[in-house]
Design a protein. Structure first.
Length: 306
């Protein structure tokens, strides 16, 4: 039973990475912008956060540095796409490639660096409950923060005027512009917020999830987060559940290996990506369901006024 508690705990931690990034990408797509550069963006944020913690000793400053790096790169992407009218898919891929190369170059001096030992977190009383304590109540605060973020995003998008404006910019930018809303500035703000959340996910990977720096350590999670928004049909609560599902699949490979299951390690490493492909293939069988939930202007360029 203890091994299952550890599996649940690891699933929540792994799912947090995907949840933060996917919620950021969901904000982008609700505003009608697709950012394919999440992988590179997360890598740059990962090295920014890791380097900050190495020099300051503060994990929270590392998170701030990761968010700043993510927001900055997203802002560059947003200016190119929203103001200069470049193709958002090509620009996103260029950002992803840039992030892979730039993070590898900057991270050369940090490969052998070590971070300060992380403090042990536990919710008083609940953390001492047998089985449930280790599984649910001894997590890093950012794990619970991701849950609160998903709930807050549901409230923001569907219960506030600002959320309605953001969705209108994604659903019908012409109408939003006709009503006097600055479509381009709203989209840029959404892109930067989404980039900051992707940056937070990247910093979490390098400072908490696997506290070290290795080239390419994001390992495709940016692409999985991008697929997760479609899997969740652009709903924050479903994004959270999907993140934990994919996080569980990721951790299952280590659980099976520890349990002595004789399966090739390469096959187990494929599980998260195979699961992503299978889920997307199943969802694609019902294109009507996708069209009903997808922001109407997603992938379309409309940048009138300011």
């Amino acid at each position: 039973m203890e091994s299952y508690a550890l599996l649940i705990a690891a699933t929540l931690s792994a799912g947090t990475v995907l949840a933060l990034a996917a919620l950021g990408l969901l904000i982008n797509e609700k505003a009608g912008v697709v950012n394919l550069g999440a992988e590179g963006l997360m890598l740059c944020a990962a090295i920014a956060g890791f380097a900050t913690v190495v020099h300051t000793g503060s994990t929270w400053l590392g998170f701030a540095a990761g968010m700043a790096a993510g927001a900055l790169l997203a802002a560059i992407f947003g200016v190119l796409v929203i103001w200069l009218g470049t193709n958002q898919y090509a620009t996103g891929l260029a950002l992803s490639l840039f992030g892979v190369g730039f993070s590898a170059f900057v991270g050369i001096n940090y490969v052998q660096a070590k971070l300060p030992e992380l403090p042990k977190y536990a919710i008083p009383v609940l953390g001492d409950v047998q089985l449930l304590g280790p599984a649910l109540f001894r997590q890093h605060p950012l794990v619970y923060g991701a849950m609160l973020l998903a709930a807050g995003l549901v409230w923001f998008l569907y219960r506030t005027r600002a959320g309605l404006v953001l969705r209108s910019v994604g659903e019908s930018p012409e109408s939003a512009h006709a009503l006097g809303y600055p479509v381009r500035r709203i989209r840029l703000a959404a892109v930067m917020v989404g980039g900051a959340l992707c940056g937070l996910a990247g910093a979490y990977i390098s400072t908490v999830y696997t506290p070290l720096w290795v080239e390419g350590m994001v390992a495709g999670r940016g692409w999985i987060a991008l697929a997760l928004t479609t899997f969740a049909t652009w709903r924050p609560a479903r994004v959270l559940l999907g993140a934990y599902l994919f996080g569980g699949v990721t951790m299952l490979q280590f659980h099976l290996q520890a349990s002595g299951v004789q399966v090739a390690s390469q096959l187990l490493s494929m599980l998260p990506y195979v699961a992503t492909i299978v889920v997307l293939a199943l969802i694609s069988r019902n294109p009507t369901w996708i069209r009903v939930n997808m922001p109407a202007s997603l992938g379309k360029a409309f940048y009138p006024g300011s």
